[in-house]
Ligand binder design. Structure first.
Ligand code: HEM
Length: 494
């Protein structure tokens, strides 16, 4: 009994010391809720960084404020000015990626998405450069996208106007675009290995969206020893890795006679070229992880945006009609859409940007970390501080958008109907970690969206009274499952 009382006093004493220590440490940081030992101040947003809680946080403490995750400070940036300045000024200083227990399990600090330092710099520069070469040099990427757009058109044609959920065919198309870029070939839906690959990625993304993910980050011992989601996620990771290794093996066996044709070809060349360069990080493990990251970064995001795109076309049939009118006026019905066409289709291109803005699929950037002591918006920030930039708040910032909460392609058009870019359009983030797949994503989105709208009128299935445009909260904001009818444009009824 006596021992328990002493223990309680000791714990209370230690917690009080920790509490005072935290208050001391938070001096000099931007304002924020009071931090407590162990839980920090994340309790204030109910342990969930969603639209509502981040808005309330900014309204209470300002556009730059501090949350504490346990004893670790997190700088939260809200609104265009804070996000842009926070990420783009002293950009290199805030280009670190948070290394957590789960991130380490998934990537071991390799590849592009979760790496830091020299590995990140070399892998990112190389990955970015290779995507550019594959996209702009031999037009391979564009051809790959056109092929997938064609299969998607065939899919809807076969449905003959019947109500269908477009999610799976879209995910299949987008994943195949990456396969073409990375492996140099596509997979049919019947391919068992490819289906397993998609299932493995689905599982990894679902795990990242689950509460169990956070539990694993906090209670690492339990995550390590108890059977459950983490173990299945690691098995999925292993499956993806062995899939990629198998592709690398067949590229090696096949050998090459001409120019490199896909990401693996370029990477194998790079390993060869740099094998005697000190500090080179080009090896098979980094190649596998870089491929893993291109899939992870590029498939779910683009597929989700395309799902929103078709949903908005159901909600705004007048906008759908205007896009089709522009397509019909500028292009012949048999024209195969290419990215260059965007220059002749300003309204359509504006609609695509408005879809990217309005669906705002990424709420916050993947957490960043200050790699050295620095200054953000006048505050001194010590090395190791986390940075959480709320991308969504830039896309709806009332100071930069005329009608932020309305779907309005006019946001991207000048008074003469020409397409214009907008500085607050930070859907792909800003600074040194800006999304390297932006051009590829836009190319994919443009070609697939236009190919579908050129051929079909999308309508709501009979009997559906209300279209749900709420999002499902997760690492990307997804629409609820829905069905649509794709009516070949020379037929009028579903
Ligand atoms: C609509 C589509 C897409 C959106 C909205 C999007 C958005 C983003 C955002 C917001 C980030 C985080 C940047 C940061 O930490 O500040 C990111 C990172 C990244 N994205 Fe994308 N992305 C898209 C498509 C793609 C595609 C098609 C690829 C490649 C095939 C890709 C590859 C990556 C990679 C590798 C990173 C990590 C970059 C790094 O850590 O240095 N993304 N993306």
């Amino acid at each position: 009994m006596m021992i328990s009382v002493i223990l309680i006093y000791v714990v209370l004493f230690l917690l009080s010391v920790q509490f005072l220590n935290l208050q001391w440490k938070s001096r000099g940081f931007p304002p924020g809720p009071i931090p407590f030992p162990i839980i920090g101040s994340i309790w204030w947003i109910k342990f969930r960084a969603d639209h509502g809680s981040l808005k309330k946080l900014a309204e209470t403490y300002g556009n730059i404020c501090t949350l504490w995750m346990g004893h670790r400070p997190v700088m939260v940036l809200y609104g265009f000015q804070a996000v842009k300045n926070g990420l783009a000024n002293n950009s290199e200083d805030v280009s670190g990626r948070l290394q957590t227990y789960v991130f380490n399990k998934m990537a071991q600090g390799k590849g592009i998405l979760m790496s830091n330092g020299l590995i990140w710099k070399q892998q990112r520069n190389f990955g970015f450069g290779t995507l550019r070469k594959l996209g702009m040099g031999n037009k391979g990427m564009e051809r790959g996208i056109q092929t997938e757009a064609h299969y998607l058109v065939e899919f809807f044609k076969e449905k003959n106007g019947e109500a269908v959920d477009p999610s799976f065919p879209i995910v299949h198309a987008v994943s195949n675009v990456i396969c073409a870029v990375v492996f140099g070939h596509r997979f049919s839906l019947e391919d068992k290995n490819f289906r397993q690959l998609m299932e493995a990625y689905n599982w990894i993304v679902a795990f990242g969206n689950s509460h169990f993910y956070y539990i694993c980050e906090v209670f690492q011992w339990a995550a390590e020893h108890l059977p459950g989601s983490l173990q299945k996620t690691l098995l999925s990771r292993d499956f993806v890795r062995s899939f990629v290794r198998q592709e690398i093996k067949s590229h090696r066996e096949k050998g090459r006679t001409g120019e490199p044709e896909d990401f693996i070809d370029f990477y194998l060349d790079q390993i060869e070229k740099t094998k005697n360069v000190p500090n080179s990080t080009f090896d098979e493990d980094n190649m596998v992880q870089a491929v893993f990251d291109l899939f992870l970064g590029g498939s779910e995001t683009t597929a989700t945006t395309l799902r929103w795109a078709l949903l908005y076309m159901l909600v705004y049939p007048d906008i759908q009609e205007k896009v089709q009118k522009e397509l019909d006026t500028v292009l012949s019905p048999s024209h195969v859409i290419c990215y260059e066409d965007r220059k002749k289709l300003p309204y359509t291109y504006a609609v695509i940007h408005e879809i990217l803005r309005f669906s705002s699929i990424i709420l916050i950037t993947i957490p960043r970390e200050a790699v050295k002591d620095t200054t953000i918006l006048g505050y001194h920030i010590p090395k190791g501080t986390l940075i959480m930039a709320n991308i969504d708040s830039t896309l709806f910032d009332p100071a930069y958008w005329e009608t932020p909460h309305q779907f309005n392609p006019g946001h991207f058009l000048d008074k003469d109907g020409n397409f214009v870019t907008r500085e607050a359009f930070l859907a792909f983030s800003a600074g040194h970690r800006i999304c390297p797949g932006e051009t590829m994503a836009k190319m994919e989105f443009f070609i697939i969206f236009c190919s579908l709208l050129q051929k079909f009128k999308f309508t709501v299935p009979e009997g559906v009274k209300k279209i749900n445009t709420d999002f499902i909260f997760g690492s990307t904001m997804k629409p609820h499952p829905y069905k649509l009818c794709a009516i070949p444009r020379w037929v009028t009824q579903c």
